[in-house]
Ligand binder design. Structure first.
Ligand SMILES: [Mg+2]
Length: 494
């Protein structure tokens, strides 16, 4: 289709230059892509570019996953001596390393897992408007952000649930932990939306597609949630690929095939292009990404502004400079909770402080940190606030040591005969975790091993798999969820 966009966006004098420049740009880019993707890879020497050379951000080329080719001995048996010597042809090729994992109908699916009676039924989550709809409801035409009135008119048999947000955070955390067992580079883009970077894992996972399929099956097996997976060289293509065939979508876009994949798709599939931009483009007869690619960059910049025009031009080509961002290391960790109506029961408050200290210890170990300063905060029912911090001589992430200090602070702060409404523990002055080297301090060593054991059991079976004595009493007051207790204030702060 001929697209005469130039007439709309730019004057005739610049038009000709733009087109020539765009064509030249296009050719250069194609040449660069071909070089990167190594269409000459077939003749590549065996030792050429191993997986280790793959930079975490570099858009790595890969062999077309669908192209049938003869397997080498090393590929047939990736554990053979040939493979270990780097003779594996696979390892010299790069993979579409950015993987987008998106949980299908997240809130509604969690509700179905928590209450199996909802399985197979249309479920709507939210208050007033649909925050999430199960696929049973989506197939009947219900959409997210629709009013309940409209949704129930389309799907009168839908079950409406208000939503249990603390459970959603837990499930998201469980999914993230599973993803982290495959690659340490996991970015949480939204609660149920993750980007992974598999660059440099070619030898670890010789069967890349099989690994991603296994990942999808493992998340379902361990959480009951279906996820859609898309893999490509860039975030924008990976996210389009994962969203294309939901639920349980699975698409791997081989390097060099991005443009062919994007060409027939509608422009609204491009992440970052809103309804307004889609409308402006549609007015000019641009409906597919392939048509959008024919528009010169300066024309897009003239229509949408320099930055957005540039972004649209890049995205239409599957280009995206965004990297998979790793979670930043916290500067402090705090956990606090409110007690409905308040209490002066020091045993109960002690139990809560113990639980909060445990959570902090676990978070510190997760980030490989130790804390040197510990603080405690209590607020009475009359809003009187007491807060104190103390610096300890030896930094720690052992919850027992944190607890001793926190309880000591509580003894100092709880001086009034008034019920306490909020209690919180915090740690600051974080340092890198160091294993105790004290040869004769067997207690510290024992605690170190015990805590790591505890973390690994909880990582696998959930928080409630192991708890200290006081935790038993708290369970009489609070409901439990897979990742701990359901406190009045969800402990989500970092
Ligand atoms: Mg989702």
């Amino acid at each position: 289709m001929d697209v005469c966009v130039e007439n709309v966006f730019t004057g005739p004098a610049i038009e000709a230059i733009n087109v020539i420049q765009a064509t030249a740009d296009e050719e250069k880019r194609r040449a660069a892509l071909n070089r990167q993707c190594g269409s000459q890879d077939k003749e590549d020497p065996r030792y050429g570019g191993t997986g280790q050379e793959t930079g975490a951000q570099s858009p790595g080329p890969a062999d077309s996953a669908e192209t049938p080719r003869t397997e080498t001995a090393a590929e047939k048996n990736p554990w053979s001596a040939w493979a270990w010597l780097g003779m594996c042809k696979n390892s010299s090729r790069r993979i579409p390393n950015i993987v987008h994992v998106d949980v299908d109908a997240f809130f509604a699916s969690v509700e179905q897992v928590l209450n199996p009676r909802l399985l197979g039924k249309p479920v709507l989550v939210g208050r007033g408007v649909v925050a999430s709809a199960s696929y049973e409801a989506k197939f009947r035409g219900v959409r997210t952000a629709m009013s309940f009135r409209e949704a129930l008119r389309i799907c009168p048999k839908a079950v409406v649930v208000p939503g249990q947000y603390e459970h959603y955070a837990d499930f998201a955390e469980r999914v993230r932990r599973i993803l982290e067992t495959y690659t340490p580079a996991v970015e949480t883009a939204a609660l149920d939306d993750f980007y992974l970077d598999f660059a440099g894992t070619e030898r670890l996972y010789p069967d890349y597609q099989g690994t991603l399929r296994r990942l999808q099956a493992e998340i379902f097996g361990r959480t009951g949630l279906n996820v859609s997976i898309g893999a490509a060289r860039t975030k924008v293509v990976a996210s389009i690929a994962s969203r294309l065939e939901r639920p349980r979508g699975f698409r791997v876009i081989a390097c060099g095939e991005e443009e062919a994949f994007l060409t027939p798709l509608s422009v609204e599939k491009l992440h970052g292009i809103g309804h307004v931009h889609t409308g402006v483009l549609a007015e000019r007869g641009i409906v597919t990404i392939g048509q959008l690619r024919q528009v010169p960059k300066p024309a897009l910049q003239a229509a949408f502004g320099e930055a957005i025009g540039q972004q649209i031009w890049e995205r239409a080509r599957g280009l995206d400079g965004r990297e998979v961002l790793l979670p930043s290391t916290p500067k402090s960790v705090s956990r606090e909770t409110t007690i409905e109506g308040g209490t002066i029961d020091t045993e109960f408050l002690g139990g809560l402080i113990e639980y909060l200290s445990e959570r902090i210890g676990s978070t510190l170990r997760e980030y490989g940190k130790q804390a040197r300063t510990i603080g405690l905060r209590i607020r009475y029912v009359d809003q009187f606030l007491a807060h104190q911090t103390v610096r300890i001589s030896k930094p720690t992430n052992d919850e027992r040591e944190l607890l001793v200090t926190a309880k000591d602070l509580f003894g100092r702060l709880f001086t009034r005969r008034v019920a306490v409404r909020l209690v919180g523990v915090s740690v600051t002055n974080l340092e890198t975790d160091k294993r105790p080297h004290e040869l004769f301090d067997t207690n510290a060593n024992r605690r170190w091993y015990l805590n790591r054991g505890l973390d690994s059991v909880r990582g696998r079976y959930g928080w409630n798999a192991v708890f200290y004595g006081k935790g038993l009493e708290l369970r009489e007051h609070y409901a439990t969820k897979p990742n701990g207790l359901v406190l009045s204030t969800p402990c989500l702060s970092r």
